[in-house]
Design a protein around this ligand. Sequence first.
Ligand SMILES: [Zn+2]
Length: 202
Amino acid sequence: MTHEFTETALATKFGNFNIRVYADTQGKETIALCTEQLDITAPALVRIHSECMTGDTFGSLHCDCGEQLAESLTQINRSGNGILIYLRQEGRGIGLFEKMKTYALQKKGYDTFEANVLLGHKPDARTYEKAKMVLNDLGVAHIRLLTNNPAKVSEIEKFGIKVIERVPLVVAPNEHNKRYLTTKRDKFNHLLSDANEDNAKK
Ligand SMILES: [Zn+2]
């Protein structure tokens, strides 16, 4: 079953993509940016990125989302066969309003995991059904997944999508997001590359 979407060419500073936007009655459209050529017989390079308005749009240094997004689009464009799936689940699924409350708590010394729990949220409330929907619609059954998060690999594989390879996303930490990255490693089991790890320890 194909879901309702509209598609057009989109030139970006990262390269030329086809943008496919899926309709959503709640204004939370799911977006897929695909390279101009998409060969579903070969494993496409895929990034499944959850929205982070502060990082993606405003360039916040509190997290590494904006840089991960830029790096993903750069690598996907370079691969010549890839997809960026953009999921509208801000703040690990709790929304921007609640996310800002967790930021306020983090200023008081709680880490991102503790702050979510303190506000009555799951540490990570994200789901990936919409990514499955996009991959199924595009006919993509095996992928190379850009992520540092092994849990995301298993979530995607549960949907019957074969992850041939996990491709690490390396971004340089800054003085503001060091703690955030360390929490991702220690409490969310993300794998930091050696470069990230060395910097995070500094
Ligand atoms: Zn972020």
